[in-house]
Design a protein around this ligand. Structure first.
Ligand SMILES: Cc1ncc(COP(=O)(O)O)c(C=O)c1O
Length: 399
């Protein structure tokens, strides 16, 4: 009998979103007249920008003609798209990234999950706590056991400083899901210094960089000097271009990382090998949409959609603060992190908002032990629905 990979049995049960759905369903059955309002989900809601739609249509049209039809593309991605990303996201910001270092993916989730496979199964790994659950879970599946959880608290602005002990891999997400916190330049610099000193690698998840409004905040790890010696960056079109369903992202794996000198093959070579073995390239239609999204018109149209979500975030922050709740995030990120009132844990406050205001949120405890005592509210939603949810909390919740 073949045995299963028992590392899967070590995973914590992933019950967060199913438990939210169960509680919402039960309440709806109790109160069929109640209209439930959602502030819980990190999924985009606004339609694609017109320039992107044209790009996608053009991608389909190319497939319809014998002269322009294409089948499999390069596993690493369309060279025009790689070049456009290198230009718009990095070189235009004076960051030294070559198109050959940009690998196109079907979204950041797959790459954030797969990237750890390049490293030693005995590597020690640091995670921010709370964090996007994919980081920990994929390392558990890989059989790793040496984990360091970096506590993100009000005292450190929800971005923990680097570990004090040695680790080999460090996951960092800024702007952060779930807290909405953004790492300042000095903090990222301390991580880069740590990584260089420990010959560690930073896995920098920049999925929400497009929401950063404050020009002083770094949008890429490569804004920190020497980061290209020790950092891999993961990014996506999901949130900036509404591609959550279209599926397109990229990962930057610099050539000449410091650790390459001590290893028989470079990390860049290994990622190329990994992708050409496990992945057959992103959809050629989606990649045409990605190219359109990075034209001046596409970028301007996307910025208007991002404004809608950021206005939602402001409405959530203002509405909740006005009734005396303490809120964090939401200024350079689409997530607002709300402190639970005294005496209520994450699930108790979730239930209170569900029952009193009919609003569905996400308990912070679902993202790690240090998420306990908070709720994540998402600014992804149609503005009228967000406004209705905020009004309902303001009018009906008794603190
Ligand atoms: C922090 C973070 N990273 C990565 C992703 C994955 O994005 P996608 O796979 O849609 O590119 C998400 C999705 O919500 C996320 O919150």
């Amino acid at each position: 009998m073949v045995r299963i990979n028992e590392n899967y049995l070590r995973l914590a049960p992933s019950y967060l979103f199913s438990e939210i759905a169960r509680r919402a369903r039960e309440y709806q059955a109790e109160r069929p007249d109640a209209r439930l309002l959602r502030l819980g989900i990190g999924n985009t809601t606004e339609p694609l920008a017109p320039t992107i739609v044209q790009g996608l249509h053009a991608g389909v049209d190319r497939l319809a003609r014998r002269e322009t039809y294409s089948g499999y593309g390069d596993e690493q991605g369309d060279s025009d798209l790689r070049e456009r990303i290198a230009e718009v996201k990095y070189r235009a910001r004076r960051l030294e990234i070559d198109a050959s270092e940009v690998f196109i993916s079907d979204g950041a989730k797959s790459d954030t999950a797969n990237i750890q496979s390049l490293f030693d199964p005995y590597a020690a790994v640091a995670f921010q706590d709370p964090a996007y659950p994919v980081y920990v879970d994929t390392n558990v599946i890989a059989g790793r056991e040496r984990f360091v959880y970096l506590a993100c608290t009000e005292a450190n602005g929800f971005i923990a400083p680097p570990p004090t002990d040695h680790v080999d891999l460090i996951y960092l997400c800024s702007p952060n899901n779930p807290t909405g916190a953004v790492a300042r330049r000095e903090t990222l610099r301390s991580y880069v210094e740590y990584a260089l000193a420990h010959e560690a690698i930073i896995l920098f998840d920049a999925a929400y960089e497009c929401f950063i409004r404050d020009p002083a905040l770094p949008r890429s790890i490569y804004e920190i000097p020497d980061a290209r010696r020790c950092a891999i960056e993961l990014c996506t079109f999901s949130k900036e271009a509404g591609f959550t369903g279209v599926r397109l992202g990229w990962t930057v794996v610099p050539r000449n990382l410091d650790i390459d000198r001590g290893n028989p093959r470079s990390v860049h070579e290994l990622w190329n090998r990994r992708q050409t073995t496990f992945f057959n390239g992103a959809s050629n239609i989606a990649q045409r949409g990605g190219i359109a999204s990075l034209t001046p018109e596409g970028l301007a149209e996307n910025a208007r959609t991002i404004d809608i979500y950021m206005e939602n975030a402001r409405a959530i922050r203002d509405g909740l603060s006005s009734i005396g709740l303490t809120v964090f995030g939401g200024e350079n990120a689409p997530y607002v992190w709300v402190r639970c009132p005294p005496g209520l844990d994450s699930w108790a406050f979730f239930d209170k908002l569900l029952r009193e205001a009919h609003v569905i949120t996400t308990p912070g405890s679902g993202f790690g032990a240090h998420g306990e005592g908070y709720l994540r509210l998402s600014a992804f939603g149609h503005p009228e629905n967000i406004a209705a949810a905020v009004a309902s909390i303001r009018e009906k919740v008794r603190l």
